[in-house]
Design a binder for this molecule. Structure first.
Ligand code: NDP
Ligand code: MG
Length: 377
């Protein structure tokens, strides 16, 4: 049985992780929960149900409030980045599920690797920003990173331990989001409430916007490069509106292996928690007859420039992916706040990549360099 620390327990991935444990209580027990502090009622309820020994709340006042609410329980409540780092360092834990949103996940993930915890990685922004650093650390410390993102979980399952020398191409599937087939002109008028409606997946606000812009697919291309050690030109995005094929690997001999399932994040979450075992069914089984036909299209990279921008950032290397990610995080927040338009998200990311002075920042970088990019954009 796994002993997990769940970072981002109140979010979409966090709540679905706990739901997997509700159905499969034998696969893991919860040592610590962590969240930002915006959904205290839920965090309190999760604490009462799963009995962690520690809860980390980033916001200090929310942490104080929670510790008063939980006075009757034997649980420690901590706050700030220090609190998050303390949670991942717990001796009794052997796995950290990184389900918080954004670059805030970087330091706790680094700490988890230092402490030799297996990582169940949902927080893609961390790997996008500091892939070289994280993967090198994980190799040096002998730490396994198990992908939770459905596409990367699929690729991981297709590879089944085979190395990058066996791979010709990664076929990274994408639903295409709510605006598949739209023109650039049409995208200009998209409002937040339209972009927050995803046709297949139910997710947190940031990743739902990322799916609508297809920045999410760009982030996932970069994530795939680091997880599977492939070159940018080996990653082909395939639009597959039904979201049944979660991705595929084309091997050097032309054999293609795809992974399929219903579009339900509890499946890849369970896969990571139970790996290498396969436990009982939690999600609805896949009925291929009901989902037929399955279709595949090329992405429209003239409209969804995000894919092209991500590829460019990946080819340029160094801190370009961190700039791509940080500019996108800021732009999505501005769009959700109503201060910029939908297509401005693309403009902002493009402008940040153009402005970035790579000469001053060579290919190799430190954790502090990445954090500085987050602060400076
Ligand atoms: P949500 O917005 O639903 O949840 C984010 C979680 O992070 C919440 O628990 C939130 O706490 C917590 N959080 C935010 N800021 C902090 C902070 N400063 N310190 C500690 N915790 C914090 O996001 P999702 O669950 O949708 O996504 C999480 C990650 O997983 C993202 O990186 C996303 O890209 C990735 N992912 C998500 C998928 C999905 O289906 N949702 C699919 C694949 C990947 P609070 O409630 O207090 O704000
Ligand atoms: Mg995904």
């Amino acid at each position: 049985m796994r002993h997990i620390v769940l970072l981002g327990s109140t979010g979409s991935i966090g709540t679905q992780t706990l739901d997997v444990l509700r159905h499969q209580p034998g696969c893991a027990c919860v040592e610590a929960l962590a969240a930002g502090g915006h959904r205290l009622d839920l965090l309190e309820q999760q604490t009462r149900e799963f009995h962690p020994q520690l809860v980390a709340v980033y916001e200090e006042t929310a942490a104080r409030d929670l510790s008063i609410r939980l006075k009757d329980m034997d649980v420690r409540v901590v706050s700030g980045m220090e609190g998050l780092l303390g949670a991942v360092a717990l001796e009794s834990a052997d796995m950290v599920v990184t389900a918080m949103v954004g670059m805030i996940g970087l330091e706790p993930t680094v700490e988890a690797i230092r402490r030799h915890k297996t990582i169940a990685l949902a927080n893609k922004e961390t790997l996008v920003c500091a892939g070289a650093l994280i993967m090198q650390m994980a190799r040096e410390e002998g730490v396994q990173i198990l992908p939770v993102d459905s596409e990367h979980s699929a690729i991981f399952q297709c590879l089944d331990g085979r190395g990058p020398e066996t791979v010709r191409r990664i076929l990274l599937t994408a639903s295409g989001g709510p605006f598949r087939g739209w023109t650039w002109e049409q995208l200009k008028d998209v409002r937040p409430e339209q972009a927050l409606k995803h046709p297949n997946w139910s997710m947190g606000a940031k990743i739902t916007i990322d799916s609508a812009t297809m920045m999410n697919k760009g982030l996932e291309m970069i994530e795939a490069k680091w997880l599977f050690d492939v070159r940018p030109e080996q990653i082909q995005v395939v639009v597959h509106p039904q979201s049944i094929v979660h991705s595929a690997v084309e091997f050097t001999n032309g054999s293609v292996i795809a992974q399929m399932g219903v579009p339900d994040m509890r499946l890849p979450i369970q896969e990571a928690l139970e790996y290498p075992k396969r436990g009982a069914l939690t999600v609805e089984p896949l009925d291929l007859f009901a989902k037929s036909p399955l279709t595949f299209e090329k992405p429209d990279e003239d409209v969804f420039r995000s894919i092209r921008l991500a590829r460019e950032a990946l080819i340029r290397g160094g801190l370009y992916p961190a700039v791509f990610n940080a500019a996108n995080e800021k732009a999505v927040a501005a769009f959700l706040a109503g201060s910029i338009g939908f297509t401005d998200i693309f403009h902002r990311v493009e402008a940040a990549l153009e402005r970035y002075d790579a000469v001053a920042h060579p290919q190799t970088y430190t954790l502090e360099d990445v954090l500085e990019i987050g602060r400076s954009l």
